[in-house]
Design a protein around this ligand. Sequence first.
Ligand code: PHE
Length: 446
Amino acid sequence: MNETFERWQSRRAFILAVTGAAVGLGNIWRFPYMTGENGGSAFLLLYIVFVLLLGLPMMMAEIMIGRAGRRSPMQALAFLSEEAGVTPHWRWLGLFGAITTFFILSFYSVVSGWSIEYLIGSVNGDFVAQSAPQIGASFDAFLLDPLRMTFNHTLFMLLTMSVVAVGIKSGLEKLNNVMMPLLYLILLVLGGYAVTTDGFGEAIRWLFTPDLSAINLSVVLNAMGHAFFTLAVGACALMAYGAYMPSDQSLPKAVLAVALLDIAVALLSGIAIFSVVFSHGLDPTEGPGLMFVTLPVAFSELPGGQIWLGAFFMLLLVATWTSSINLAEPMVAMLVGRGWRRGRAAALIGSLVWLVGLLSVLSFSSLKDVHWLGDMNFFALVTTVPPDIFLPIGGLLIAVFAAWQMPKEAAASALGVSPAGFAVWQVVVRYISIPLTAVVLLSSVI
Ligand code: PHE
């Protein structure tokens, strides 16, 4: 396949697209409940360390490969390995990424569907004057309704695939431009509200007083996986976006900006959610329902709460939409690279992902006690293994390719840094990021 000449329209557009991919359920839904389930501050600390030591340098590696290859991930890897004179098998890494995004998207769409349900619910005023236990009970009832969940899941898949079918650039940039800042604004309002609750002090203590005794191997593995997930690294999805990156833009600066914003969004939602948890005596280890129980409670206490709640779910939907488009893009690009028409490729991939998503839908009712691995039902499996195991493996291989296989000049110029800057990046990736990821992965396998 030939080089793509498409480019993001501006530097800002590239940053917005990558931010759109990074900020999503990972920050607002997964981060708080993973933190809750993994002992609070210990998880937070590890997550930040992993974002800085692994996520950032590997994100640079991944985007850099896309930019140097200027093709869809599989073809970029094939092209670059030929150029570097190394084995052409590297291209299978692109396929592995596509498999990872396939499974992630299948649950991502289901959970984003929950936001659609809650958006409609808040417009209807369903949460007005409801107590925390009532809101919790109605969430549990919703999970037992596979038809409603399937309806929302279908709607979300259609939303995602209709954008991917047309080609990612039209419309997406403009949407991002307007909606993302609004989302941050609402999160700031939520943060402001959190300060006024009785639970704020406890939330801050719980999140920020380092408790090293809570660290064990599974906390470490979860925190590492989450760092990859939240930055959208390791699935070759950002590689697909790197292919459209203008040549004159500094990659490290862009990546740093995205990562800091990503952490900030996660922290804000964490503070808001745990303030509500502690002020209402809720359970921090509630799991995947945490956000859907705490936020309606928080907003119902704000003046004009229903409007805020509706706006929040609307914007969350846009945030998840831009992430899901990024998840779908490499799979579709792969078929397009093999001569498929974009619309057909999007329809096929969308249908398959939708089908597998049904297993997640049913994991809350009829398939609840069907265990696929250990004591995990399908939803538990698919929200754990692809993010926490597949993404780090993908990130590791991407890093090996970028730092050990690509010729130095090609890599340095695609990174857009000075020779000294390149040397620093290379040392960090070769001797910190790669070994650290490998050690955590290996020790959890053993
Ligand atoms: N980063 C996204 C989020 O936090 C999820 C994602 C993972 C997107 C991997 C693309 C690739 O919601």
